[in-house]
Write a protein that binds this ligand. Structure first.
Ligand code: FCB
Length: 450
């Protein structure tokens, strides 16, 4: 069995990483605008001020997507482009940009998948406490409802949050993403709870405005990949994926971020281990958080070889010289296979891979083309794993390659290239890479050529 006939082949991007026009047409600043302009935070002082200038070039970009043949495009909205202050008055010009982008996509037969939050929080809300403020779920729900009311006649697919592990964990536990400082665990757990509430309330607001909306959520994970095909290593890996580490290092725990949303309760082990720092939960909070979802998005790039040990598990070091991508991430070709299998076993909700892809040291060769053979091989092997998981019964609705084009890779600036399309940031010239042509063929054949 291959990919289902209605499989959604897509590509993904996010607002701050590609749009540019950071202070144009009334857009307010986001935490990433401020952070990238703070000396020492981003590689070589890069910012998203111009990025891929997609704000002005979206027609050209959508035409390329049409050439690629994607069925769907996942992009995020810049919240402060729509609400410069995060709430209150809508900035009509900002909303008009997204409305025009949606029309352009639809005129090419490409289905828009909107991510509401891909990390660029309005700076004004951050100054009011951001996700620590108990009002923050209301702010987000109001924004989500406005977007759904204004675009919902044409946009039916919504993703509330992208990778809360990163915009709470990397931002406030590790302090290396905007706004970039470390807070005590008590505070970060409170933020996480507000984010989950915001997710549930936004899902309600979207459905109230667009009854036929399809709503999902897109956390991320590094997948424990069984180090052998022994049953005990497989079991140990699945446990390692979901169990809370005894040291209370919670921010990458899959169950903490997904059980409340999909099962309607926080995981028992997490409640026990984190007990001293837990927020006070409201009586209806979990009911609000656990809105029925149409799909469970998951961003997966990496695996961690894992094996059974003493009734528990341990990570196994990657072999010396084993494959790595340009960003320095180890490659485990089976991470999609195991990830989707484990996630579907636990949550029984159709999975969409909302991101997967790799950074490479791409540059134009003498012939002017970008020969990114390693990316083709990476995608090929990951898609084989995804297909295998589908053939063994996991319900997989789609796959969004990250990314449509090279872009601003957060604190690493423009030093990492993840795109299927090469971007020359000096001239803004786009060059489809070899992987672009390869992926176009995969889409045309619905993966039968893999
Ligand atoms: C994910 C992010 C995305 C991009 C890729 C490489 O964590 O969601 O914006 O940076 O990694």
């Amino acid at each position: 069995m291959g990919f289902r006939q209605d499989f959604i082949w897509g590509v993904a991007t996010s607002s701050y990483q590609i749009e540019g026009a950071a202070a144009e047409d009334g857009k307010g600043p986001s935490i990433w605008d401020v952070y990238s302009h703070t000396p020492g935070r981003v590689f070589e002082g890069h910012t998203g001020d111009i990025a891929c200038d997609h704000y002005h070039r979206y027609r050209e970009d959508v035409a390329l997507m049409a050439k690629l043949g994607v069925k769907a495009y996942r992009f995020s909205l810049s919240w402060p482009r729509i609400f410069p202050e995060g709430k209150g008055e809508v900035n009509e010009k900002g909303l008009a940009f997204y409305s025009d982008l949606v029309d352009e996509l639809l005129s090419h037969g490409i289905t828009p998948y909107i991510t509401l939050y891909h990390w660029d929080q309005p700076y004004s809300l951050y100054r009011q406490g951001g996700w620590l403020n108990p009002e923050s779920p209301n702010w987000f729900a109001e924004y989500a409802g406005t977007v759904a009311r204004r675009l919902g006649d044409r946009v039916k697919h919504y993703i509330t949050f992208n990778e809360p592990q990163v915009f709470i964990g990397l931002a406030f536990v590790d302090g290396v993403h905007a706004p970039g400082y470390r807070l005590p665990r008590k505070e970060t757990l409170l933020m996480a709870h507000h984010v989950l509430l915001a997710h549930g309330m936004a899902a309600q607001a979207i459905r109230a405005a667009v009854p036929d909306a399809k709503v999902g959520y897109a956390p991320t994970s590094n997948v424990p990949v069984p180090a052998s095909d022994k049953a005990e290593d497989i079991r140990a890996s699945e446990r390692a994926y979901f169990e809370m580490p005894e040291n209370g290092d919670w921010s990458w725990n899959v169950a903490w971020w997904s059980d409340p949303v999909l099962l309607g309760h926080y995981p028992e082990d997490g409640l026990r281990i984190l007990e001293p720092d837990l927020p006070r939960f409201g009586p209806n909070d979990l009911k609000t958080i656990a809105q029925p979802l149409d799909f469970y998005g998951q961003n997966i790039y990496r695996g961690v070889p894992t094996r059974a040990k003493d009734g528990g598990w341990e990570e196994v070091a990657h072999a010396p010289g084993s494959p790595k991508t340009a960003i320095g991430w180890h490659v485990d070709f089976d991470c999609l296979y195991w990830g989707v299998k484990f996630l579907y076993n636990r949550y029984h909700t159709p999975v969409i891979i909302t991101e997967n892809g790799m950074s490479a040291t791409d540059w134009p060769s003498l012939d002017g083309q970008i020969h990114d053979a390693s990316r083709i091989d990476y995608l090929h092997r990951h898609l084989l794993g995804l297909r295998r998981a589908a053939s063994e019964g996991a319900e997989i609705a789609g796959y969004f390659e990250w990314s449509f084009m090279d872009n601003f890779e957060w604190n690493r600036g423009y030093s990492d290239r993840f795109g299927l399309v090469y971007v020359d940031y000096e001239t803004q010239k786009r060059i489809p890479k070899d992987s672009f042509h390869w992926y176009a063929q995969v889409i045309r054949e619905n993966g039968a050529n893999l």
